[in-house]
Design a binder for this molecule. Structure first.
Ligand code: FEO
Length: 408
């Protein structure tokens, strides 16, 4: 097999895919690569695999370099099938390997590939793993590109293995950025805009985490290995994500709560929005000045109105607020209803009706599917009794609502 040395005893063992590759509703005109790495330390370790369609070819090739039974660890930074797709084929022959990934990654991999019988090592932020001569450090980087994602840093080699992050969709056979004559900045920037930028608040968090690392080489899982000027590519992510921060969106959350549960939902929504880089103004209508709330609504990019349900209706001053809003303060803005309830939660439907009559873009399941590709019952957000698992759903709903604002 073609192996390419990346660092001492560390090799690229991936696959170049020079087809026009269908990918997330796009076609990758320049193809891509699936970069997998083999670290021949005392405890041989594989970092990420290749696309599911090349599983057998990948393992057959890898077997020409190492007896799979000798592999001690398989690190999965990200579970999407273009990286973890060959894991079942590899795991079937690497019978002694422990699979290393995040908590959510382990759950997903077990279900996706029926790996419940395999040994997993679940790692968290800043955990390290000594593989004999090399120390792996793991940093969780959620939503880059999906929720379970992490990056792996090899301390002795000063190499960062960030999977999707810092990637490029180009079917390069040269593999290293210093071996190609053309400037790769355009392809690198295009990849950032398409794959990473929708999650720019998480890019900011990731940059904060890797700031302390000494990085000589970035070895991502698509396209070029950044061996020359690695810091320049980190700076590009910094500049591009910082520009988005300046145009941060604003959402008004206003609610009335009978027992405090709808207030807890409002708080979780606000947290989720913050995670998506959206600023919030939260008003408990029991104390709030309605004129101030109206002004906030008018200045906002999105609106969330919540109420508990009592006698099949809204409570407190929610209806008074809705009646006092002018169409031109609301028209076309994404807006959604939420509330905690014990029986049937009619208040939530009444709020939705008001928002629709005011000309808002009512965010519901159909809207979310079109705007973000998320097909889930998040809005209108109904939370039964404020149960903890339901509150976690509220936070996720806030995050997804924030995503819809960025796609506008
Ligand atoms: Fe390259 Fe998120 O997969």
């Amino acid at each position: 097999m073609k192996t390419v040395q990346v660092a001492a005893n560390s090799y690229w063992v991936g696959k170049v895919d020079d087809r026009k590759v269908p990918f997330h509703r796009l076609v990758l005109e320049k193809g891509t690569t699936y970069n997998s790495y083999l670290l021949l330390a005392e405890k041989p370790t594989v970092i990420d695999t290749v696309d599911i369609s090349f599983g057998k070819e990948y393992v057959d090739n890898l077997q020409t370099v190492i007896d799979p039974a000798d592999i001690q660890y398989i690190v999965i930074n990200h579970v999407e099938p273009d990286h973890a797709g060959a894991l079942p084929a590899l795991a079937a022959r690497a019978k002694n390997a422990v699979i290393v990934t995040t908590e959510l990654g382990a759950e997903l991999l077990k279900d996706m590939f029926r790996l419940h019988g395999r040994e997993f090592l679940v790692v968290k932020d800043n955990d390290t793993l000594d593989i004999g001569g090399k120390t792996l450090r793991f940093l969780e980087t959620p939503y880059l590109h999906t929720a379970e994602t992490m990056v792996t840093y090899v301390e002795e080699d000063r190499v960062l293995y960030p999977c999707d992050q810092f990637s490029t969709h180009v079917a390069t056979y040269e593999l290293f950025n210093d071996l190609v004559e053309e400037d790769i900045s355009e392809d690198f920037g295009l990849y950032y805009q398409l794959i990473m930028h929708p999650h720019w608040p998480y890019v900011r968090k990731m940059l904060e985490k890797i700031r302390e690392l000494s990085i000589d080489v970035i070895a991502p899982s698509h396209g070029y290995i950044l061996r020359e000027g690695a810091q320049r590519f980190i700076e590009m992510y910094d500049v591009l994500s910082a520009a988005a921060m300046e145009g941060a969106k604003q959402v008004t959350i206003a609610y009335s709560s009978m027992t405090g549960n709808t207030g807890k939902v409002a708080e979780q929504l606000s947290r989720g929005l913050a995670a998506a880089g959206v600023t919030t103004s939260v008003f408990n209508l029991k104390q709030a000045d309605l004129e101030e709330v109206k002004q906030a609504v008018s200045a906002s990019n999105g609106i969330l109105i919540g109420s508990s349900t009592r006698y099949a209706d809204m409570v407190g001053r929610v209806e008074q607020l809705l009646q006092g809003l002018d169409t031109d303060e609301v028209i076309g803005k994404p807006a959604a209803a939420f509330g905690s309830y014990g029986w049937s939660g009619e208040a939530i439907s009444h709020i939705e009706d008001y928002l629709g009559r005011l000309g808002a873009t009512v965010v519901n399941r159909a809207h979310l599917t079109k705007a973000t590709g998320v097909d889930a019952e998040l809005f209108p957000l109904r939370v039964k009794f404020g149960r903890s698992e339901e509150l976690a759903r509220a936070q996720e709903a806030g995050r997804v609502f924030g995503e819809t604002l960025r796609t506008k």
